[in-house]
Design a binder for this molecule. Structure first.
Ligand code: NAD
Length: 301
């Protein structure tokens, strides 16, 4: 079994990004700038935002945190989005999700200029990705594709099962895996980009286990601890665990631990490749955001 070490790969990519950004600065250019908008005080969101800002600083991207209280109105938040769209010193920005119930996430996401949409969540970017046009690809699927690529896991002709159909992971992941390589984005090796036969499963799927057993690669993004068990996995399959779930753990100082959607202990005995949680997909998601920020900077200086 080979552990797909997202933490190590992300660190290598950060070093590559740092070199590229140092080279820009050496030419007298300003560094790329990412703004992160956070609304309210959701502890998980605050941790994600802090991690994103730390990662920016490490590679030389300027990071600006813009925080609002949870009672900000939708129109005030839309005004902030418009301000960031127009700010020529900001190359990309994200609005950390989830937003409070009184704010429409789709209204906010749709208002982001797709050229600055480094989370790759605007309808324009999603549509462009579907059509194989240059786009900013949603960070988690992009990071997973990169992880597969760096471990030389081929997807051509393979059966990839994606569990979960969210806009941020499942749907764009399935799209990337089914894409023809020549429609790929610049900078990616064509060998492992897509050309897979993809099945998307979700909460209404019948006999998930039987479908999974036919998969060469399973990408699980369901938010359900222990969902993927060893009896659902074909010998030699590659398993990508996107899930991040907090479960009680009295032995930990925090009182909880993070687990994925995969029964790691048993599945790792059957699979050829598997991501750990934490340390697998999570670090790749953050580094994809950094790559997208540099891409936005380069494409729309
Ligand atoms: P979501 O939470 O919006 O939806 C879950 C999806 O899983 C739905 O499409 C649902 O139909 C499907 N699903 C749920 N239970 C299922 C079951 N028993 N069988 C089959 N399908 C089932 O999805 P999301 O926002 O993509 O998040 C999924 C998980 O991934 C969460 O744990 C989230 O925290 C995590 N996540 C991790 C990262 C990362 O960087 N590692 C990024 C995004 C999301």
């Amino acid at each position: 079994m080979i552990l797909l070490d997202g933490k190590k790969i992300a660190s290598e990519i950060r070093a590559e990004l740092r070199d590229r950004i140092d080279a820009l600065k050496a030419q007298g250019k300003r560094p790329p700038c990412l703004a992160v908008v956070i609304v309210g005080h959701n502890p998980a969101s605050e941790t994600y935002v802090a991690n994103k800002i730390k990662a920016c600083t490490e590679v030389g991207i300027e990071a600006r945190k813009i925080a609002f209280e949870a009672d900000i109105t939708e129109s005030a938040l839309l005004a902030e989005v418009e301000r960031l769209n127009a700010d020529s010193t900001v190359d990309g920005f994200i609005v950390q999700l989830p937003l409070p119930d009184h704010i429409s996430e789709s209204a906010i996401l749709s208002a982001i200029d797709y050229r600055k949409d480094v989370d790759g969540l605007t309808p324009e970017n999603v549509g462009r990705t579907v059509q194989g046009l240059p786009s900013l690809v949603s960070a988690t699927p992009k990071g997973i594709r990169e992880l597969l690529s760096r471990y030389a896991i081929q997807t051509e002709g393979k059966h990839v099962v994606v569990i979960g159909r969210s806009n941020i992971v499942g749907k764009p992941m399935a799209m990337l895996m089914m894409q023809r390589p020549y429609l790929s984005l610049p900078g990616m090796s064509a060998s492992s980009l897509g050309d897979a036969t993809v099945t998307v499963c979700h909460s209404k799927t019948r006999d998930l286990a039987a479908i999974c057993r036919t998969a060469d690669i399973i990408i699980v993004a369901a938010g359900s601890p222990g969902l993927l068990t060893a009896d659902m996995v074909k010998e030699g399959a590659a398993i990508i665990d996107v899930g991040i779930n907090r479960i009680d753990d009295p032995s930990s100082l925090r009182g909880y631990k993070l687990v994925g959607d995969v029964d790691f202990e048993h599945v790792s005995k059957v699979a050829e490749y598997i991501t750990p949680v934490p340390g697998g997909v999570g670090p790749m998601t953050i580094v994809s955001l950094l790559q997208n920020t540099l891409q936005a900077y380069n494409e729309h200086p």
